[in-house]
Design a protein around this ligand. Structure first.
Ligand SMILES: [Zn+2]
Length: 197
């Protein structure tokens, strides 16, 4: 339909989440008119992201180092771990300023429909941390969705026999959405009002 270089960019952009065919076309034609230096900065930023950003060896947050800045921060309480689905959820919980422990990123949630079971998530790594880091409480801060709730229940069943307290964010979060659908105040309240599972 379009010249091959334009079509190629449209195809690549359309593969990104939340970008449909129409948006991809609009972005591609916008990029056709930007300064060459601006286009180069954008492509360099994408390449650099893939080359320099790694996952934290301890919690699987994004980092440019072996361990992320939160894991390296000695003021953070190692006895409490907040378990989230994705690295971007850490930013959301941090914005509440109500949490001073460490994190663990599962890499998703249990979803039989999508074929994702506990083995596809970083459960084994979490169990290892509980045994090695003197963890006393695990907060299941998975999304307020069916999959997030299923994952939280699984966490409780897996971890309680290890002698840790497993808590879940209090209700009041917008049901069915991602964690970042909630505003900071609501999420902060859900965090302080968390309940034992
Ligand atoms: Zn980390």
């Amino acid at each position: 339909m379009f010249e091959p270089p334009v079509q190629r960019l449209i195809d690549e952009l359309a593969r990104l989440p939340g970008i449909g065919r129409k948006s991809a076309q609009r972005l591609a034609f916008h990029l056709l008119h930007v300064e060459k230096a601006d286009a180069e900065r954008l492509s360099e930023a994408i390449v650099e992201l893939r080359e320099q950003v790694k996952l934290c060896a301890r919690c699987f947050n994004v980092t440019g180092d072996v361990e992320c800045s939160i894991c390296r921060d000695l003021r953070r309480d190692p006895a409490t771990i907040c378990v989230v689905e994705r690295p971007q959820d850490i930013v959301v919980v941090e914005s509440t300023r109500e949490f001073h422990g460490r994190y663990h990123v599962l890499g998703g949630s249990i979803s039989p429909i999508a074929g994702i079971g506990p083995d596809q998530l970083r459960m084994r790594e979490l169990v290892g941390r509980i045994e090695n880091e003197g963890v006393k409480e695990v907060i299941a801060a998975t999304n307020p969705t069916v999959e997030g709730d299923t994952t939280a229940l699984y966490l409780a069943r897996l971890l309680k026999p290890l002698g840790v307290k497993v808590t879940r964010l209090a209700s009041g979060l917008p049901v069915g959405g991602d964690l970042d659908y909630a505003d900071e105040l609501t999420l902060g309240r859900a965090l302080t009002g968390r309940q034992e599972m």
